[in-house]
Design a protein around this ligand. Structure first.
Ligand SMILES: *[C@@H]1O[C@H](CO)[C@@H](O)[C@H](O)[C@H]1NC(C)=O
Ligand SMILES: CC(=O)N[C@H]1CO[C@H](CO)[C@@H](O)[C@@H]1O
Length: 699
């Protein structure tokens, strides 16, 4: 039982002290968690809490303690994480909590540093995670309709939710047991799809609320973006501007909770990064607290890496790299420091804020004061300037200069402790420095993935199969193959796809490639092609780039070929042969043992599509994070010592002409001092000689 004594300090005019004391503040754990209309009540005390999302599988266990410690130094009280169902139950009934999946270890690391945890079980989580976190095997359960008042779905959802709750209980991780978990979430932004289920939607919401309350965790539950969350479940806001947009709790007995304050935004391949300034985030958080918000979560505080094939459709491998802690876990300034200063300013007067009544008074056309006054001496104020120009306002007869679009925090209603537009934190620059090169052709070996012919396929159908239900996420790749007789040498190929990428090979030669985009994954490829007189073989390699993660009826989403024509002949109901995955994947040639199962060749001058490339390297000395610069490559996947570090797609450039992502994180913990195996599968063409291994440093 980690019950520590409460720290009660009257620090009205001593807000800089808060910087020193916040660390101690975060130390209280365990005890009862309840809530009222003002805030969560932890151990009998009302609290304003700052929370940061860090997802355990998007980093490594070796990185966790340092991420948590940097969050704590940044004034974060709570680490919020989703629970990733499809990682924990990859096969029905077979659970996995090893390595990056070790959620209990992650929560215990948070507890060890005296922070709290919010556990968002979902179990649908979206989160730019493949299939929104749902296991693909759910798809094959007869009659299933995801996230609805449907018995097969509810049975599986309840089973998994109970499994996680019981796992937490068995390690005493709920605050009611002395552990760090103060809040849990069920479902996720269901309000956005609920209308698709008509009257069945509210029935499902009520069932979910009742089901989790019946699990008796001893801590409250929230539903985010769910205006009608049934009592006692708290409805919470997600978004960028909850200070403006949130309609508020659906009962006067519930606190105002912001479960996702987006610190940036996810990035898809082909899109530019989304930059959100430290000033803008601070402004919105200050406004939310000024309007009596008492729980703010930064989504993400650390985004990390979508390792392997875990990202959702078209998502890049780096996740929220623009967060206060970047993909590598390095402090991103001035964002991290500016938010730390904001947290300290608010905490220096949180007692006053929580114990007083709030009044709003106008200080001008576009200026407001939010004043929390308990007595003559206890007073805190937030002065907001919505205008685009600087103005001077008078508050309690004293003039205050307010920068454009900013909020000043006056913990004692007198002196300005913080202004959201004045950044005192230092700026920093991240530098990628190449330290290992692979410039010599002798360093590389290549293996060309074979284009399968229909005679070698065992799966046949007289129609075009859906890729998601055929490949079952065993691979990104599905070959669609057919043959036909033709009498002249030219023709026209038209292939439509539900998504996401298509490479067409005519008699073993690449005839064309095409792909969709994040906002519209379907596309059509039209090409003039050369044919032979007699039998022709056409093989399509269709690739998904992560499964979809959003929208109603995920179970109905499809991918892969939709229709094929050659000249004026329609081949949709021809005899098609199928091969799920690549031979190199099946033999696991990216592992040390698997790589000996095929004949690798020396790297020639020209590169062909569908090449596997292999080399070894020594770990760069030091402890700086490292990343692979794949700027010279096209699209594919990378493995280091047999572990996939993710998909890359450098050839799909942004509107400004840059790859959405050029550097790919290799966690240090994957490496041995020497002889590390690096394998790439390249779908297109690329120049492996210009790949480098870079260290990542701040200056
Ligand atoms: C998506 O692309 C397809 C094929 O290019 C096109 O037919 C369709 O209208 C597009 N859909 C939307 C919503 O833009
Ligand atoms: C409430 C809040 O601050 N929301 C912010 C979330 O992040 C977006 C940018 O991603 C901002 O525009 C919002 O203001």
């Amino acid at each position: 039982m980690a019950q520590k004594e409460k720290l009660v300090v009257k620090w009205r005019w001593w807000w800089p002290l808060a910087l020193v004391l916040t660390a101690a503040w975060g130390g209280a754990q365990g005890g009862n968690v309840t809530y009222d209309g003002r805030s969560l009540i932890i151990n009998g005390e009302h609290k304003i809490v700052f929370s940061g999302s860090i997802h355990y599988p998007r980093s490594t266990p070796e990185m966790w303690p340092s991420l948590i410690s940097k969050a704590k130094q940044g004034g974060i009280d709570v680490i919020q994480t989703y629970v990733f169902w499809n990682l924990h139950e990859p096969k029905q009934g077979q659970y996995d909590c090893s390595g990056r999946r070790d959620i209990v270890r992650f929560i215990k690391k948070i507890q060890a540093q005296g922070l709290y945890v919010t556990l968002r079980i979902g179990p649908f989580i979206e989160s730019e995670w493949t299939y929104g976190g749902l296991p693909v095997w759910l798809h094959d359960i007869p009659g299933i309709v995801f996230r609805s008042d449907n018995e097969p779905f509810k049975y599986q959802m309840q089973k998994f939710t109970a499994k996680i709750v019981n796992l937490m209980k068995s390690h005493n991780l709920y605050a009611s047991q002395g552990g760090p978990i103060i809040l849990s979430q069920i479902e996720n932004e269901y309000g956005t799809i609920e209308p698709a289920f008509h009257e069945g939607g509210p029935r499902y919401v009520h069932w979910a609320a009742q089901m989790v309350v019946g699990l008796h965790t001893g801590v409250p539950w929230v539903m985010c973006k769910q205006d009608d969350a049934p009592d006692p479940v708290i409805n919470a806001c997600n978004g960028m501007e909850c200070g403006r947009t949130f309609k508020g709790p659906n009962s006067p007995h519930k606190p105002s909770i912001w479960t996702e304050n987006w610190t940036s935004f996810y990035q898809a391949f082909g899109n530019e990064p989304y930059l959100r300034s430290a000033e803008n985030i601070a402004y919105n958080v200050a406004l939310f607290v000024a309007k009596k918000g008492s729980y703010v979560n930064y989504y993400m505080y650390h985004g990390g890496t979508n390792f392997g094939r875990t990202s959702a459709t078209f998502m890049i491998t780096a996740y929220y790299d623009e967060a206060p802690l970047d993909e590598y876990g390095l402090i991103r300034q001035p964002k991290w420091g500016h938010l730390r200063d904001l947290h300290a300013a608010i905490k220096s007067c949180s007692k006053t804020i929580l114990s007083s009544t709030q009044a709003t008074l106008s200080l001008g056309g576009q200026q407001e004061a939010y004043v929390f006054r308990e007595s003559k001496t206890e007073c805190a104020a937030f002065l907001e300037n919505k205008d685009n120009r600087e103005v001077t306002v008078r508050f309690h007869s004293i003039p205050y200069k307010l920068p454009p679009k900013s909020i000043s925090i006056l913990p004692d209603c007198r002196s300005v402790a913080f202004n959201t537009a004045k950044v005192n934190a230092k700026y920093s620059t991240r530098t990628m420095k190449p330290v290992v090169h692979f410039k010599s052709a002798e360093q590389w070996e290549v293996y060309k993935e074979a284009i399968p012919s229909i005679v070698h396929t065992t799966l046949r159908a007289n129609r075009l199969l859906d890729q998601i239900s055929t490949a079952k996420d065993k691979s990104d790749y599905l070959w669609y193959i057919f043959r036909f007789r033709h009498s002249n040498s030219q023709s026209f190929l038209s292939a439509s796809s539900h998504g996401h990428i298509l490479h067409a090979f005519v008699n073993g030669v690449l005839a064309g490639s095409a792909h969709g985009i994040h906002n519209n994954v379907s596309f059509t490829m039209n090409r003039n092609i050369k044919l032979r007189k007699g039998v022709n073989h056409i093989s399509f390699l269709s690739a998904t780039v992560g499964l979809p993660d959003s929208g109603a009826h995920l179970e109905r989403k499809v991918a892969g070929l939709r229709s094929v024509r050659v000249g004026d002949r329609d081949f949709n109901h021809h005899t098609w042969g199928y091969q799920v995955g690549l031979l190199g994947e099946k033999l696991q040639i990216y592992t040390v043992t698997g790589s000996s199962k095929v004949q690798w060749k020396r790297l020639g001058r020209s590169t062909n599509p569908l090449g596997w490339y292999k080399t070894t390297f020594d770990a760069p000395p030091g402890n700086n994070p490292i990343a692979l610069d794949l700027g010279s490559m096209g699209k594919g996947e990378v493995w280091v010592n047999g572990e996939s570090i993710g998909r890359y797609w450098v050839s799909f450039v942004t509107p400004k002409g840059n790859p959405s992502q050029r550097w790919y994180h290799i966690p240090r913990s994957l490496l041995k001092p020497s002889g590390n195996l690096l394998v790439l599968f390249e779908e297109e063409t690329g120049d492996p000689l210009r790949i480098s291994l870079d260290t990542v440093t701040l200056s």
